[in-house]
Design a protein around this ligand. Structure first.
Ligand code: PLP
Length: 390
C-alpha cells in the first residue's frame, strides 16, 4: 500500500504533467559557448550562462588542470578543517580588492552562499524585505532564517519603503538580485542602498548574473557610490560570466569573520575542488583584461539591438537591459511548443515555466553570450519573427 508521501508524489507528478510544467533532464554536450550537441545534433545554444564564453578558455582550462595536478581532485575537508590551501586565501584577497570590500570568502556555490549567509544574518527576531522576483536560493535562505519574510513588488521601492517604515523589527535585512535571472532587468542599487541607510538595514545583493559582465573590472554591479560599505554584503557566482564554479561573499572584515563562524553552508561543506579554484583564479585575471571588457561591452550592445528589433515587432521582452532576454508568451504549453519548434530549427532555447516564474509568465529565456556570431543572432531573430505574436 502506498504511504501518504508516495501518494503526494504521484499527485504532484500528475499535476505537473497536466499543467505542462513537468521537468526532465536533457543530455546536452557543450561544444563551445555557442554550440552544443543534443540528441545527436548540433544546436546554437541560447540557454547557457557562459556569458563571456570563458568556460573553455585555454587559460581557465590550463589553470584548472594545473591545480588538479598540484593539489589533487578533492579538497578533502571543509574550509575550517584542512580545506584552506594558502593559494586559496590569495584568491580571496584578490576578490575583496576586485569588489572593493575589506574581505571575501569563497563558498561551494551560489545556492549555498545565499542559503547560508542569509540564514546567518537574519534570525527569528529579524525582518527580511525581499524583491518578489528574487532567485529561489535567496528565498530559501530567507525562509531558513525563520525571520519575518516580506516580499515587496518587483522593483517597487515605494512598496519596499512602506514595508520598512511600518516594520517594528530592530534587525532589518534588504535582499535583492542585481540582475534578475529570469527577466534580465536590473535593481536600482543606489535606491536600495539609500533605503538601507534610512532604515538602518543591511543590504544583501546577489550579483550572480552581473559578475564578469558589468563593472570596469568585470566585478559586476559597481558599489563605488556607497559611503558605508560595512552595511552591504555582496554575493556573486563564478559559474556564469566567469566560466568557472563556486561563489563569493564580500563584505566588511567583521561580517566575513561572522560568516566563517556562523554560515552553516561554509562551515559544514567540503571546500571546492582545487580545479575550481584554478578556474576562478584564471577567470579573475581574464575578466579584468581589456579584451574581455570589450567583449562584455559588445555582448550588451548586441543583446540590446536584438531586443529593440523584437519589441518593434510586438514581442514582450519585459524590461531587460542585459544579456538575459525573456520572450514572454504567458502560457506554459505554448512556450514548450515554441521551444520544440526552435529545436527543430537547430536552436536550443529552453522554456521557463511556473513555479520558476509567476503564473501566466511562461517564457523562452534567451541568454546571449560572447561566442554568438552575428549570423547566429540573425538566424534566431528570423526564426522568432516567424512565430505568431498574440
Ligand atoms: C541570481 C542567482 N543567484 C544564485 C544562483 C545560484 O548560483 P549557483 O548556480 O552557483 O548555485 C543562481 C543560479 O542560477 C542565480 O541565478
Amino acid at each position: 500500500m502506498k504511504n501518504p508521501i508516495q501518494k503526494r508524489i504521484d499527485l504532484f507528478l500528475e499535476e505537473r504533467e497536466k499543467s505542462g510544467t513537468f521537468r526532465s533532464l536533457r543530455e546536452v554536450t557543450p561544444i563551445s559557448a555557442s554550440r552544443c550537441e543534443f540528441r545527436g545534433n548540433v544546436y546554437v545554444n541560447f540557454s547557457s550562462n557562459d556569458y563571456l564564453a570563458l568556460s573553455k578558455h585555454p587559460r581557465i582550462v590550463e589553470e584548472s588542470l594545473a591545480w588538479t595536478e598540484k593539489f589533487g581532485a578533492s579538497s578533502s575537508a571543509s574550509r575550517l578543517v584542512c580545506g584552506t590551501i594558502p593559494e586559496c586565501v590569495g584568491i580571496e584577497m584578490e576578490i575583496a580588492r576586485w569588489k572593493g570590500f575589506e574581505k571575501a570568502i569563497i563558498l561551494g556555490s551560489g545556492y549555498l552562499a545565499n542559503c547560508g549567509a542569509i540564514s546567518a544574518l537574519a534570525g527569528r527576531k529579524s525582518a527580511i524585505f525581499a524583491d518578489k522576483l528574487n532567485h529561489a536560493s535567496l528565498n530559501a535562505g530567507c525562509i531558513q532564517s525563520g525571520a519575518d519574510f516580506k516580499r515587496f513588488a518587483h522593483l517597487d521601492y515605494e512598496n519596499l519603503g512602506r514595508f520598512l517604515r511600518n516594520s517594528q523589527s530592530e534587525e532589518k535585512l534588504i535582499v535583492s538580485d542585481t540582475v534578475f535571472s529570469m527577466d534580465g532587468d536590473m535593481a536600482d542599487i543606489e535606491k536600495l542602498y539609500e533605503l538601507s541607510e534610512k532604515y538602518n538595514a543591511i543590504l544583501y545583493l546577489d550579483d550572480a548574473h552581473a559578475t564578469g559582465v558589468f563593472g570596469s573590472r568585470g566585478e559586476g554591479s559597481s558599489l563605488d557610490f556607497a559611503d558605508d560599505k560595512s552595511r552591504i554584503v555582496a554575493m556573486g557566482t563564478f559559474s556564469k560570466g566567469m566560466g568557472a564554479y563556486g561563489a563569493y561573499l564580500a563584505g566588511s572584515e567583521k561580517i566575513i569573520a561572522f560568516f566563517i563562524n556562523a554560515c552553516q553552508s561554509f562551515i559544514y561543506s567540503t571546500a571546492l575542488p582545487p580545479a575550481a579554484y584554478g578556474a576562478i583564479k584564471a577567470g579573475l585575471e581574464l575578466v579584468q583584461s581589456a579584451e574581455i571588457r570589450l567583449s562584455a561591452k559588445k555582448l550588451i550592445e548586441k543583446s540590446s539591438r536584438f531586443v529593440s528589433d523584437l519589441r518593434v515587432k510586438g514581442f514582450n521582452c519585459g524590461n531587460t537591459g542585459t544579456q538575459i532576454i525573456p520572450l514572454i508568451f504567458g502560457d506554459s504549453m505554448r512556450v514548450a511548443g515554441i521551444s520544440e519548434k526552435l529545436l527543430g530549427d537547430g536552436i536550443l532555447a529552453i522554456p521557463i515555466r511556473p513555479p520558476t516564474v509567476p503564473e501566466g509568465g511562461a517564457r523562452i529565456r534567451l541568454s546571449f553570450n560572447a561566442g554568438h556570431e552575428d549570423g547566429d543572432i540573425m538566424f534566431l531573430k528570423e526564426k522568432i519573427l516567424s512565430l505568431k505574436v498574440d
